[in-house]
Design a protein. Sequence first.
Length: 309
Amino acid sequence: MRVFRNIDEIVTNRPSTVVIGVFDGVHRGHQALLQEAKNIANLSDTDLVVITFDPHPRSVIFNVNPPHLASLPYRLELLEQNQVDVVFVLPFDKSRSKQSAEDFIKEILVDKLQVKNVIIGENFRFGYKALGDIALLERTGKKFNYTTIEIKKFSSDEVWSSTNARKLIEAGEMTKAAEVLGRLPRVCGEVVHGDHRGRELGYPTANLKVDENSCLPQAGIYAGFLTNELTKERFAAAISAGPNATFDQQHLSLEAYVLDETEIDLYGKRVTFEFLKKLRNSEKFDSVEQLLDQMGQDVAETRRLTSEH
């Protein structure tokens, strides 16, 4: 998969089938859309091209940056898994936000990408003041000889959307969030030193400095996995999100106890936490003994759930 990050970098040898969107999380709705687009690209002998944006357009237009479900590098990885041929990461700024839909079509789709097909989702809008729509694309397509195809929304009992995935993660509903995403919800970051209290209790934890603006889970204890991003080693882990009330901890933390790996050294390493299921809410225990007893139960349940996954 080729990736371009600037308009001047774009070099195409074949006509393209273009899909436009943020693709945050590349959830199951996105995956279904990309599969339809890939079929069309194959039938028309074109490259499947995704135009995505960095940063999120809402952060520029409305000064609101939705917590991301996937970092840009992971988004690109997911797009490659979905057989995308080319990704153009369009730098989005104030100037770009004021570009008319007509100019966007001419500058990028026609002149740079040799567009033959434009695939859009239901109710797709683009360009300055969101004035670009399917009607405009169809009119312009007659002039520049491309076809516009609208794909209706894909869904299940859970709405396949980035907004719904964020709501479910923030509510601790990891099973439902996984149904929307088509994978386990995850956060990434660097392992840093914490209070070292877990090691004193016999449960050493990896404390995560989470990447900025990640979609974070509801406070509680979760069964899940920890993956070392460099080595790709994946371990079953009991994950705690939120402050430790038993020790009157005030600051929020995200830490994972890797099962059966008390000597593992992850400090300074980039890791991923994946959330399989919420086990319970955070609690304040009357004694360390009660806390240890509950932690033992959490680890046992984590072991059972992760062994079945």
